[in-house]
Design a protein around this ligand. Structure first.
Ligand code: NAD
Length: 260
């Protein structure tokens, strides 16, 4: 197993990409802290992982809450023996143009993605540095870490910011054997995207089928959605990679939507 003996925390792990990553990590032998805003959903995910033979614990964590983040990461380190891998994945989408978005919504999306990315990374790094056995920080970016789309301004800005966090942590973490990388998914049909499809179709005056073929998947090489399991396999690869040959990178997993 590729992650045997490792301890991982995955945020936003009760749904979508985070849940797929938690499943893959548990399958590969990691002990997994399943952190989410929604405790009941995190507990359900943990029950599923344990039923398949995995080791996992549920954590209620709002990634914008400094005390909950520090306390949650500490609880996993105490229960499972340190922290080796962080997947900072919790997030949500909000559709609005820059001209229309309220300051409140702007701040909320930056808080969950950027404050959340920072707080979880800082908490994990402090354990990794103290432990002295290296580690892997994996941030959940997006193709929107590299390009923009209309009506997604705050999200695009936040996801670009995570690229800067990843590169900084790659440089600062090197002396401690800590690697940092960013996964940049294309569209994956998680609850986040299922909610967005009708909303975006209405905004652009398209049917949902038109939106999917003419906007969402238009520039992929094969007209296919990315699967949650594709993202999970890349997370396992990044978590298990043995050296700093692979650090500070942003990996597109998008059926070729973006090749930069
Ligand atoms: P999802 O809605 O299925 O899951 C997101 C999870 O994050 C939920 O369980 C939710 O409760 C949790 N969450 C939200 N706010 C939180 C907070 N403040 N603290 C802790 N947990 C919180 O969404 P998803 O599609 O799996 O998205 C996961 C990540 O992947 C997000 O960062 C998203 O931006 C990114 N992403 C998704 C796609 C896609 O196509 N689905 C593409 C690119 C990037």
């Amino acid at each position: 197993m590729k992650l045997d003996g490792k301890v991982a925390v995955v945020t936003g792990a009760a749904s979508g990409l985070g849940l797929a990553i938690a499943r893959a990590f548990a399958r590969e032998g990691a002990r997994v802290g399943v952190a989410d805003l929604d405790l009941a959903a995190a507990q359900k995910a943990v029950a599923e992982l344990r039923a398949s033979g995995g080791e996992a614990m549920a954590l209620q964590m709002d990634v914008t809450d400094e005390a909950q983040v520090n306390g949650g990461i500490e609880a996993v380190a105490n229960a499972f023996g340190g922290i080796d891998i962080l997947v900072s994945n919790a997030g949500f989408q909000h559709l609005d143009t820059i001209a229309d978005v309220s300051f409140e919504n702007w701040k909320r999306i930056l808080a969950v993605h950027l404050d959340g990315g920072f707080l979880t990374t800082r908490a994990a790094l402090r354990h990794m540095y103290r432990q002295g056995r290296g580690g892997a920080i994996i941030l959940m970016g997006s193709i929107h870490s590299k390009e923009a789309s209309v009506s997604k301004g705050p999200y695009v800005v936040a996801k670009h910011g995570l690229l800067g966090l990843c590169r900084t942590v790659a440089k600062e973490g090197a002396a401690h054997g800590v690697r940092a990388n960013l996964i940049c998914p294309g569209f994956v049909r998680t609850p986040l995207v299922e909610k967005q499809i009708p909303e975006l179709a209405a905004r652009l005056g398209l049917s949902e089928a038109q939106l999917i073929s003419d906007v969402i998947l238009k520039t992929t090489v094969d007209g296919e959605f990315t699967a949650d399991t594709d993202i999970a396999e890349v997370a396992v690869f990044l978590a298990a990679f043995p050296s700093a040959a692979l650090t500070g990178q942003s990996i597109n997993v998008s059926h070729g939507w973006n090749m930069g």
